[in-house]
Design a protein around this ligand. Structure first.
Ligand SMILES: [Zn+2]
Length: 202
């Protein structure tokens, strides 16, 4: 596919024809040298595989115990959702809503939207309302703050380590992996390629 499209350089605004570079290659602006488009190797399959892996990790992270504390013979088990419900019960509903949004809802919607785009394309069909879905996906990304949450967990685990025995649960590992898988899926996604596929889809 060497389809030509018109594109304005985002650095110097030079209007030019953009030819699709070969897989793994990139197209640069002839005037200022800015990278206009980088063609990612096997973007569709890789993003799809990473999104599916992310979906499984997300399910595991929500279904299994996150952390267990053992203090004076008493074991307390928590799940990912426990933090949200505890905050809510303590009257901090704003914080509860923010944690729910940034650690559960946004990753779930991100994964769903990616699969909504990629699964039909894999079978040669064009997904409906693609522009809106891509825009939503782009706007949602800054709201996923799983790594911030993970950092908070690590800090509290270190603080609590002296007082109680802490047993990391399966969900904690899945959640940690999910952070990397989601980041890799977002990096592998190539909107140029998606539009190109849509043009040739039925
Ligand atoms: Zn330029």
């Amino acid at each position: 596919m060497t389809e030509q499209t018109f594109i304005a350089c985002h650095e110097c605004d030079l209007l030019q024809h953009l030819k699709s570079p070969p897989p793994g290659g990139s197209a640069r602006c002839p005037r200022c040298g800015a990278v206009l488009h980088r063609s990612k190797r096997d973007s569709l399959n890789r993003t799809l595989a990473l999104s599916l892996a992310g979906l499984i990790l997300f399910a595991v992270a929500n279904a299994f115990p996150f952390l267990a504390f053992e203090m004076q013979g008493q074991v307390t088990q928590t799940r990912l959702f426990t933090g949200v419900s505890d905050l809510y019960q303590q009257g901090m509903w704003g914080l509860a809503a923010l944690v729910l949004l940034t650690t559960i809802i946004v990753p779930a919607v991100q994964l769903t939207l990616m699969l909504y785009i990629l699964v039909p394309l894999k079978f040669g069909r064009a997904p409906q309302h693609l522009a809106g879905v891509l825009r939503l996906l782009h706007n949602l990304t800054p709201w996923g703050m799983m790594e911030v949450f993970m950092l908070g967990i690590l800090v509290s685990v270190v603080k609590l380590a002296g007082m109680a025995t802490i047993v990391p649960g399966l969900a904690l590992w899945a959640f940690g992996l999910l952070i990397f898988v989601l980041a890799a899926a977002a990096a592998a996604l190539d909107p140029h390629l998606i539009w190109e596929k849509v043009r040739y889809a039925s």
